[in-house]
Design a protein around this ligand. Structure first.
Ligand code: MTE
Length: 449
């Protein structure tokens, strides 16, 4: 684990506020300018504009990056990209999905984590969306792909992609979180960065057809048919039971769109199930069949995996809803605060039961809390971005966030969660995360303390 942390500490996206270029060297220069820009905007909101402005003026004096015209202001830039797919700047190459060495043995049954520490707002760029495959991914030919609807229906039906895309569609923003997100913490492993603690989480605008419309077209028996089985088209035999109550609400989508374009192959192209608020495993990818039935199927991914072992030895099954949770993404583990003074604490909050109502932030390990500003829009079963201005006095500080959703559910502390759930789980850890900012500015995970 140490080696991962060492590597990530050097990644540019982890530098926050390099102020004194003499002390921190050339690598920090770019960060300093970013800091000044960011801090200035934030300080205006926080009422501290004057002091940051003065600081920026002093530091700007004699800066060659201001005084000397860079080459790009004088020469001919690159030609317009006439074809091809646009890529991020080469300076952002450290912002990547990452796999956790040692977590899985093969890259086919594995997970790649989203770099939450580097993202703004609530939407995860499709190329940074986390991945979780049980048996590898496929780039399926959409002209050959079919979706069958059978079981307790009047007319079993088979849809082509063309059939589906002709139907009225909806587009909605939702988070997807793997039930195993933050799972290592059950075993007291202080995973080094927020990418690894919480990065099995992403948020997209999904476009597709409400599943209930397809069931109605097939004449599903909705009184006897209380459940639907969703089956994926990969080799993992991924099948999950979805309660009809969720489908009937119109929220469950048969989706082909993600952030304005077709789904990425690794996220289920050309078709996946979107089950808002429910753990990621139910968002069946490469969706090929929906069967209506009168009882849960109890498949391998419902009976053996994705169950919670309780302290009394019993299992919780079908614990699908992702309860209210939040995490500070910056400052977070592996990052370095390069000076005391103004910083913005920022993070993400979400609830599988609806909208986030409020997020409180503590900088003293939970003794005192301040209400964070929620960025709009705040949407149901979607990520919500929160921000809080903070002046760091250079002393050790334990930073935490605590979310409350519209049902009144309050995100538990680690101790509260363990008092009910014990220590033997893998899934469904929604406890408050603690990051320690050390006097050196280095931030580390102290969740296990
Ligand atoms: N669907 C199929 N067919 N095969 C899979 O391996 N993995 C599931 C789910 N759907 C999976 C699947 C799991 S465990 C999760 S958390 C989500 O897909 C991950 O979705 P993503 O890879 O788009 O992030």
């Amino acid at each position: 684990m140490e080696s991962i942390r060492g590597r990530l500490c050097k990644a540019p996206e982890n530098f926050l506020a390099p102020v004194d270029i003499v002390q921190v060297g050339a690598q920090a220069r770019q960060g300093r300018r970013d800091f000044i820009r960011g801090a200035f905007a934030a300080a205006v909101a926080a009422g501290g504009a004057a002091s940051v402005h003065a600081q920026a003026k002093v530091q700007g004096a004699g800066d060659p990056a201001i005084l000397e015209l860079p080459a790009h202001t004088k020469g001919l830039g690159q030609a317009v990209a006439t074809d091809g797919y646009g890529l991020p700047s080469k300076h952002e190459k450290n912002v990547q999905r990452r796999i956790s060495p040692g977590l899985t043995q093969t890259r086919q049954s594995s997970v790649s984590f989203a770099p939450l520490q580097s993202l703004f707002g609530i939407v995860t760029p499709s190329g940074l969306h986390f991945e979780r495959h049980h048996q590898g991914w496929w780039d399926i030919d959409p002209t050959q792909h079919r979706l069958m609807v059978n079981g307790l229906v009047k007319t079993p039906m088979v849809f082509t992609m063309d059939d589906l895309m002709r139907l009225p569609s909806v587009s909605r923003f939702h988070f997807i979180e793997c039930g195993a997100n933050t799972g290592m913490e059950w075993g007291n492993v202080a995973v080094p960065t927020v990418q690894y603690t919480h990065g099995m989480l992403s948020c997209s605008e999904f476009t597709g057809v409400p599943l209930i419309e397809l069931l109605n077209l097939a004449g599903a028996d909705l009184s006897q048919g209380q459940f639907a089985l969703a089956e994926g088209g990969d080799g993992s035999s991924m099948t999950r039971t979805i309660p009809m109550s969720l489908i009937r609400s119109g929220e469950v989508l048969v989706a082909y769109g993600q952030n304005g374009e077709m789904l990425r192959p690794e996220n289920g192209y050309p078709l996946r199930l979107v089950v808002p608020g429910v753990q990621g495993v139910s968002w069946v990818k490469w969706l090929r069949r929906i069967e209506v039935g009168d009882k849960p199927w109890g498949t391998k991914d419902e009976a053996v995996h994705y169950v919670d072992l309780m302290p009394d030895g019993s299992h919780r099954q079908y614990t699908s809803i992702q309860e209210c949770k939040s995490v500070v993404t910056s400052p977070s583990g592996g990052q370095v605060l390069l000076d005391k003074g103004f910083h913005t604490i920022t993070g993400l909050a979400w609830s599988g039961r609806g909208k986030v109502k409020r997020v409180d932030v503590s900088t003293d390990g939970g003794r005192n809390w301040r209400m964070a500003r929620l960025e709009s829009p705040v949407m149901s079963k979607c990520l919500t971005r929160f921000n809080l201005p903070w002046s760091w006095d250079g002393k050790p500080a334990v930073i935490q966030s605590r979310a409350v959703d519209e049902t009144g559910f309050v995100q538990p502390t680690y101790a509260q969660l363990r008092a009910v759930r014990g220590t033997r789980s893998i899934y469904h850890n929604n406890s408050i995360q603690s990051w320690l900012v050390q006097a050196s500015g280095e931030v580390m995970n102290v969740q296990h303390v």
